[in-house]
Design a protein. Structure first.
Length: 279
C-alpha cells in the first residue's frame, strides 16, 4: 500500500491531534492513582480544586481558570458521594472566582459532619480564601498565602466605589455611579455576613465579626497576600508541613510549556553533600 504526500500529511495531523489527548489521559491516570494513595493514607475523600493557566489544544492559546459554577457543581457532587463520617481533604490552589460558586462550595464544606481539611500549597485568594475559611483545619505551606475577600464589581472594588462617592459627595456623581454604590454597599454587607457565619462556629461572635469585617472591608488591595504569620496573629493556626503527596499532585497540574522557561533548576533535592562540585 502506498501513500501520497497528502495522505501522509493527513496522518501527521491526526496523530498530532491525538497526542495531547493521549498525554492528558496518562496524566489523569497518574493523578487519580496519587489521589487514591493519599485517601488510603489519611482515610479521607480527597478533592482537588486547582486552577492553572492552561493552553488550548493545538493553538497553544493560554486561558486562565477561575472558580465557576461548573467547579461548584463538581465539588458538591463529590461531597454528596462522601459518607457523613468520612473526612474531606481539599487541595486548593486558585486566584478566586465567582462569589456564588465559592459560597456554594464553602457552605457545603461547612455542613459536612466529619472533619474538613484544606491544604494550600501555594495560594488561595479571594473566593479561595472564603472556601478555606469553611474548613475545620487549614494547612498551608510556610510560604503560601490567602487573601482578602472584599467583593469586586467588575474590575472595581466595592469599597473603592463607596469611598469615591463619599469623597466627591452624592450630589456630584452621576446616577450610574450612585447605583453602583448601592450595589457595592449591599455586596459588602452580604459577603461580610457570609464570612461571619463561616467563622462564628469556630470562635466567639465578637472575634468572628472583627475578622469578617477585616477581610471584607477593603482595608487591603484585593490581591494583598495574607501570610502564615499574619493569619496566626488573627488566630488561625495554619502553618504546617504538608504531606509530600500534595506537592506531587501540584506537579501533575503543569503550566503550559513555554518556548523559553522563566524558571529553570535541576529538579532534584539537594543536600550539602550532594551539591555539585564547581571547583
Amino acid at each position: 500500500m502506498t501513500f501520497s504526500f497528502g495522505d501522509l500529511l493527513w496522518i501527521f495531523f491526526i496523530l498530532l491531534a491525538l497526542l495531547p489527548a493521549s498525554r492528558q489521559y496518562r496524566l489523569e491516570t497518574v493523578r487519580l492513582r496519587l489521589i487514591r494513595s493519599l485517601e488510603k493514607k489519611r482515610g479521607s475523600r480527597v478533592i482537588t480544586l486547582i486552577h492553572r493557566q492552561e493552553s488550548l489544544s493545538l493553538l497553544g492559546i493560554p486561558i486562565s481558570r477561575y472558580i465557576n459554577v461548573e467547579d461548584s457543581e463538581a465539588v458538591l457532587r463529590a461531597i454528596r458521594l462522601t459518607p457523613d463520617d468520612m473526612p474531606i481533604d481539599l487541595v486548593l490552589h486558585t486566584p478566586g472566582g465567582l462569589v456564588l460558586a465559592a459560597e456554594q462550595i464553602a457552605r457545603a464544606l461547612q455542613k459536612h459532619k466529619a472533619k474538613v481539611t484544606v491544604f494550600v500549597p501555594h495560594y488561595a485568594m479571594s473566593g479561595g480564601t472564603m472556601i478555606a475559611l469553611a474548613a475545620d483545619e487549614i494547612l498551608m505551606d510556610e510560604n503560601a498565602v490567602l487573601g482578602p475577600v472584599d467583593p469586586q464589581l467588575g474590575e472595581l472594588p466595592a469599597a473603592s466605589i463607596l469611598e469615591a462617592v463619599q469623597i466627591k459627595g452624592r450630589e456630584r456623581v452621576d446616577d450610574r455611579t450612585l447605583m453602583l454604590a448601592d450595589i457595592a454597599s449591599k455586596a459588602l454587607n452580604q459577603v461580610e455576613d457570609f464570612v461571619y457565619r463561616l467563622l462564628v462556629e469556630k470562635m466567639s461572635p465578637e472575634k468572628a465579626r472583627q475578622i469578617s469585617r477585616l477581610l471584607t472591608s477593603g482595608q487591603w488591595t484585593h490581591d494583598y497576600p495574607l501570610t502564615c504569620e499574619q493569619l496566626r496573629e488573627l488566630g488561625f493556626p495554619v502553618c504546617a508541613e504538608l504531606p509530600p503527596e500534595i506537592y506531587a499532585l501540584m506537579d501533575l497540574y503543569p503550566q503550559p510549556a513555554q518556548r523559553r522557561p522563566s524558571v529553570q533548576y535541576i529538579p532534584l533535592p539537594y543536600t550539602r553533600e550532594t551539591q555539585p562540585n564547581d571547583r
